[in-house]
Design a protein around this ligand. Structure first.
Ligand SMILES: C[S@@+](CC[C@H](N)C(=O)[O-])C[C@H]1O[C@@H](n2cnc3c(N)ncnc32)[C@H](O)[C@@H]1O
Length: 254
């Protein structure tokens, strides 16, 4: 079965996002772009090759192509890849688009900068560790990984969101339902976006177990609770934030 991302038009991140910034960043787009610039400074040389894992609509590609000469952008959803191509408005050998799942992508050579922005939270529990190992395989000896993900302010939990003509219906779900949605076991699953709101420590362990040394891990964006409640947003979604991990291959830390 081919994978298709439930929030094709990115309605969910665009909906009512009025974050309380933890880092001094201005918008949904610029925060993640700034984190990419920060991570790149940890590569052992100026990055020459970068990989955007789960590029989506290519939101981060303008930042990445300004910073790095050769960029590969991959996503398992062909429609998302088509949007990413539009975002960049160019096709040349320095920017390559691939329709593939991270775990099945066979690269030619590793990358100095690997970006995995808001992908981990949509992957089943079983595939998380596989994804982390793929990210390690993609990262060159002197390279760096930057991973952004949904985190939980209080307890870790799973949620599912359904974009409905401008409104988002969100509910808390149990781990098994999360897995079924993430693995898209049936056609209905493709309508709803499953989200894992992780503890940062869980993602640090996952990354470390995959062979990375974590340099930084922090929460960088928290949503404005009062505004979201006012808009009728369920509390389980309001009690969410975004976090980031910057990591290098473990041997570099030795
Ligand atoms: C929330 S979007 C993030 C898009 C982009 N990284 C950004 O920050 O704007 C998540 C993307 O991850 C992709 N995705 C889901 N599972 C994936 C996997 N196993 N490997 C690579 N990408 C995946 C989805 O198709 C979707 O486009």
């Amino acid at each position: 079965m081919t994978y298709s991302y439930a929030d094709l038009a990115d309605e969910i991140p665009a909906h009512g996002i009025r974050p309380v910034w933890i880092r001094d960043s201005m918008s949904w787009d610029s925060a993640d772009a700034e984190l990419i610039l920060e991570a790149a400074s940890y590569a052992s040389r100026p990055p020459g090759r970068a990989l955007d894992v789960g590029t989506g609509a290519g939101r981060l590609l303008p930042t990445m192509t300004r910073l790095v000469e050769n960029v590969v952008a991959l996503d398992p959803d062909g429609e998302r890849v088509a949007k990413a191509r539009q975002t960049c408005g160019r096709t040349d050998d320095a920017l390559i688009f691939v329709t593939a799942d991270a775990n099945s992508y066979v690269m030619k050579e590793p990358f100095d900068l690997v970006v995995c922005c808001h992908v981990l939270q949509h992957v089943s529990r079983r595939d998380r560790a596989v994804l982390a190992r793929s990210l390690r395989r993609f990262t060159s000896a002197g390279g760096v990984l930057v991973m952004m993900f949904s985190s939980a302010i209080e307890e870790r939990h799973f949620a599912s969101s359904l974009p409905r003509g401008g409104k988002i219906e969100s509910t808390v779900i149990d781990p098994r339902e999360f897995d079924a949605l993430a693995m898209q076991v049936d056609a209905d699953a493709k309508q709803r976006l499953p989200v894992w709101h992780a503890r940062i420590g869980d993602v640090v362990s996952l990354t470390t177990d995959a062979g990375f040394h974590v340099l930084e891990s922090f929460e960088y964006r928290r949503f404005d609770f009062s505004l979201r409640r006012h808009e009728g947003e369920p509390a389980e979604i309001a009690s969410a934030s975004d976090a980031c991990i910057i990591a290098v291959p473990a041997h570099r830390a030795a």
